[in-house]
Ligand binder design. Sequence first.
Ligand code: SAH
Length: 371
Amino acid sequence: MRGSPLMASQRPADDPCLADLSRTELGELLDGEPSYRLDQVWEGLYRQRRPLDEITNVSKALRSAIADLLPPALGLVRTQSADRGSTVKQLWSLRDGHLVESVLMRYRNRTTLCISSQAGCAMGCSFCASGQIGFDRNLSVGEIVEQVLATLQHPSAATSRSSGALNIVFMGMGEPMANYDAVWSAVERFHGDMGIGARHITISTVGLVPGIARLTAADLPVNLAVSLHAANDRMRDRIAPINRTYPLRELAKCLAEYRRAKRRRISLEWAMIGGVNDSDRDVAELAAYARPLAAHVNLIPLNPTPGYGHEPSPQSTIERFAAELASHGVNATIRANRGTSIDAACGQLRADKQVAIGRTRRRASPRVQSR
Ligand code: SAH
């Protein structure tokens, strides 16, 4: 350890956390240590998915030196469980006080982690709690990766720490395509270092065309989900205002290119909002949009948020909507709404916490107007 930059306390710029460092950067910090030390720390963190202080084949002194220099980015504020412990939502405080959330959903033979890519969101989708709060800032790669590492330490994740049945979805707070570089570095860490296959990683976007184009050119064929919610421009301009910049036709063209390049089925997300986007006409428009793309549609009952005065469509309407899509030749799945009792829709736990602690929010400057 003598002569190691760690001992010289050379704190890298911007106070990164351990997960911000690439393997090469960590190797530079461990310079002066035997070369296998880097393998021990890196494998312990990412292959064995252990917290630093449990990587016991590395001396306690070195672990403490690393922890002092590269402290965690996330502090746990609150944990809420639902669905008999199989849904666990965690609210995290970043070092600058911004809040983000992640959700763990355990199913019979797999675990899905839903993580955030930004603190808040600038996209302003009318029904979404994050959109209602506004934008704080992008997360760093370490802040994104640490959500996964930290969430995997929850007892509900015990089986998925070791087994490969782990899915990661960027469906928490924020718009991943608006923080592309950090999101992509995190994807590479999940894939290359944690051994999570591209098919087990899903990026969900409101439809930022330049980001989707970058994804088309990238090498890993991750799953792409697009939050559509309306299939005519007039309505989508209102529900997802980014549609004014990247309207439906342009989005479809870009999605067709993604599909051609990756040969992967695209998912279209459709929050079922009572009386808003659940009519026969909506089915016909959605089917006409989805069919040429051979897209799969996920129907998600709206999780009501305080800032949006609508209710989810009744179950019978959702079932009729799904059947109608099928009759138009479009496959659809009705998604069970996990965690409704703990406000597990995007941004909701955080929104609730903000009311509770009385913080005031500034609307984001790059925000797209919602009306
Ligand atoms: N910005 C990205 C990812 C975050 S939102 C995107 O738009 O895809 C993840 C998903 O949750 C999106 O499909 C979003 O439309 C949906 N969502 C957000 N708030 C919701 C709510 N209140 N009820 C149901 N779905 C919601």
